[in-house]
Design a protein around this ligand. Structure first.
Ligand code: C2E
Ligand code: MG
Ligand code: MG
Length: 662
């Protein structure tokens, strides 16, 4: 037990590699200093004794010992800042543990041997040299307790005994002084060494803690940048990466491109088969897109992210040019067009893509993204399932839009926006069934702006609610002036239907007007259903509960989905004017209108044909059994003040029954 303790005290600890490394690093700095003190002090003593003692003792032996010191000092000096493994560290510390006592014995022997040759002063110098040097050495060896202790004992015991028994009272006193100082130093040494070892342990614990914190924060970072559903990088990752890539591209003047992809037909899958199937579909889309990127060739470095919902984005680090991007877009849309097998469900969707290139399309990450999104918007509207590159025409359109946006944001709705009313005629008896309210904007700066333009702008700028409220207010005032059997048809934006706050307003306005809701029809397009069926359906139900009629407007232009007709209880279907324009020359249009009219009759829906302009169209439509119609043939949209006179013309609303009014 005591032997084990003693052995441990005088050997290099092997159980802690970090402690050994810390000791080694400290020694690399301190050992050259130790050897310098030892050599310099010894050479000074050697110089003093050169004339007094034999040459082998005063010159050759110290020189030989100093050469060993220089050699060791150089060895340590060279190990500074050098990569060294644990085994080498242990062996060099063990060597120090052997070399230090050996040198201590040699120098002690040398010092004490010289003593007898000196006069009183020189002897004093030896006593002073040995005491001072050993303190310096203990100090430098502090990080290796075993070496420091052995040097302390091997120098001090002979020293103290020698000078104590040497006889001279002064030297005895010096021996006692040194014994006291060394006892204090050993005590300090033991404490310092223990603190040093503890410091290494706590530093390691700190490093471990830091590594653990780092790995936790790395994991959090990874999760924060990951879309948990698809496993793809998420929106945050995409924008951070886009910004980072942009900085690099800016510095290198290197072009790159981004794309935004939106699934076509995802919402119906979600609505019909439920969210679980929708999730499976998104996961499969993610897999397909990722597989595409893993493929070799031009897509190799493309990174895909899911921005949210059914929207994905691609970052193309090296712009492959317009043709390359077009090809990339096509491979993506092609991959999305292949049917998906999701458990027991097999479904087909598509995808549209918009691309923007740096620096042509935009010179900041945000503008670039906006442009890609704009190109996607175009793809969705005009080239569904295709790929659109942001181009100069889009740029011009953005400028035009921004002029409209500015004017609209500054507009005084009450003064600038008004309504025209276009009659909807019952073709069987020529009576006016209703008037459709059509918005007009006379901007003081831009002049007349088409409703298709400013309604879109109002939707874009979040002003549609104000516009709708203002116009419905005007329309309800007019409805109150009309005969009871004349209805009002009022166009609602998809956004109106999606906002519960707006619906509450509309319902309140209708209730406050005191008019029968049955005299009111809201026209909505399919866009509203497609954007968010659940929300649109809730709005739809709320309006129906009030007792108003609801028409599906412009049927045949957009999605023309019978699903919507089937799932929501529409009252009227408005057949788009695009079929009427060529109904007399195009058998396909004729067949479509015929089928739609028959379908409406079968489903118990009213149908209105829009855009009747000529007598030939009118005659054809009447022949098909169409019931209600609207168009310039009957009347153009008119001012509210003109309605009274218009209605007053007996039997004048259809030319065949008229006394000549057109
Ligand atoms: P819409 O609801 O389908 O309205 C019918 C459009 O066809 C009107 O265009 C009307 O002037 C036009 N029209 C009627 N008969 C004929 C015809 O015989 N030939 C031709 N070529 N056109 C005819 P307008 O007034 O320019 O409105 C365009 C669209 O703007 C509307 O289409 C509707 O979607 C939207 N809109 C108009 N007013 C409002 C409104 O108050 N609120 C909302 N949300 N949208 C509105
Ligand atoms: Mg309409
Ligand atoms: Mg219409």
């Amino acid at each position: 037990m005591a032997w084990a303790w003693f052995k441990r005290l005088f050997s290099v600890p092997t159980d802690d590699a970090d402690l050994l490394r810390a000791q080694f690093e400290a020694f690399c700095k301190q050992m050259p200093l130790l050897y310098f003190i030892l050599s310099a002090n010894s050479l000074i003593v050697s110089y003093t004794f050169a004339a007094m003692a034999p040459a082998w003792l005063s010159v050759y032996l110290p020189l030989a010992l100093c050469l060993v010191c220089v050699n060791r000092a150089a060895w340590w000096w060279q190990r500074r800042n050098r990569a060294i493994d644990d085994a080498q560290i242990l062996s060099s510390l063990r060597r120090t543990n052997r070399v230090a006592p050996a040198l201590a014995i040699c120098f002690t022997f040398w010092g004490l041997s010289l003593y007898q040759y000196g006069d009183a002063y020189a002897q004093g110098q030896v006593a002073f040299y040995m005491a001072l040097t050993v303190i310096g050495c203990i100090f430098c060896l502090m990080h290796l307790r075993s070496a420091a202790l052995s040097v302390t004992l091997l120098v001090n015991i002979p020293y103290i005994l020698f000078f104590f028994f040497e006889g001279h009272a002064t030297l005895k006193a010096i021996a006692v002084n040194l014994a006291l100082v060394c006892a204090a130093m050993v005590n300090i040494l033991v404490i310092y060494y223990r603190d040093f070892a503890n410091l290494v342990v706590s530093r390691r614990a700190l490093i471990d803690k830091q590594a653990e914190t780092q790995s936790l924060s790395d994991e959090n970072f990874r999760l924060a940048n990951l879309d948990s559903l698809s496993g793809l990088p998420n929106r945050r990752w995409f924008f951070a990466h886009l910004r980072q890539h942009f900085e690099g591209a800016l510095a290198r003047s290197a072009p790159f491109a981004i794309g935004v992809i939106d699934l076509d037909g995802f919402k119906p899958v979600n609505d019909i088969y439920g969210h679980a199937t929708g999730d499976l579909l998104l996961q499969e889309v993610g897999r397909r897109l990722e597989d595409l990127c893993r493929a070799s060739g031009p897509l190799k470095d493309v990174r895909i992210a899911r921005l949210g919902g059914d929207e994905f984005a691609v970052l193309v680090p090296d712009d492959p040019g317009e043709a390359g991007l077009q090809a990339l877009g096509e491979s993506i849309t092609h991959a999305l067009g292949v049917p998906f097998v999701l458990g027991t469900v097999t479904t087909r969707i598509g995808g549209s893509a918009g691309f923007a290139r740096y620096p042509e399309s935009g010179d900041t990450p945000d503008i670039l993204f906006e442009r890609a999104d704009y190109a996607l918007y175009f793809a969705k509207r005009q080239k569904r399932g295709g790929t659109v590159m942001f181009n100069a025409a889009h740029e011009a359109q953005i400028r035009k839009d921004s002029i409209i946006d500015k004017a609209l944001l500054a507009a005084n709705l009450k003064a600038e926006m008004s309504l025209r009313f276009q009659p909807i005629i019952d073709m069987t008896n020529g009576q006016v069934r209703a008037f459709e309210a059509l918005a007009r904007w006379e901007s003081p700066t831009l002049g007349t702006v088409a409703p298709s333009v400013f309604i879109t702008a109002a939707e874009r700028n979040g002003l549609i609610g104000d516009v709708t409220r203002h116009l419905l207010g005007l329309a309800l005032i007019e409805l109150g002036k009309w005969p009871q059997d004349v209805h009002l048809s009022f166009n609602l934006s998809a956004r109106d239907l999606a906002s519960s706050e707006m619906l509450i307003h509309l319902i309140a306005m209708i209730n406050q007007s005191g008019l029968s809701p049955a005299r009111l029809d809201f026209e909505i397009t399919e866009t509203a259903m497609v954007q968010d069926f659940a929300q649109a359906s809730a709005g739809f139900t709320a309006l129906k509960a009030l007792g108003v009629g609801i028409s599906l407007d412009d049927f045949g232009t957009g999605y023309s989905s019978l699903t919507h007709l089937h799932r929501l209880a529409f009252d009227t279907l408005k057949i788009d004017q695009s079929f009427i324009g060529d109904i007399t020359d195009n058998p396909a249009s004729l067949k479509i209108v015929k089928s739609l009219t028959a379908l409406c009759a079968d489903m118990g829906l009213k149908s209105v044909v829009e855009g009747v302009e000529t007598e030939a169209q009118f005659t054809t439509l009447r022949g098909l059994g169409c019931h209600l119609a609207q168009g310039y043939y009957f009347a153009r949209p008119m001012l509210a003040e003109e309605i009274h006179a218009y209605l007053g013309q007996t039997n004048a609303h259809v030319p065949w029954a008229a006394t000549g009014r057109r």
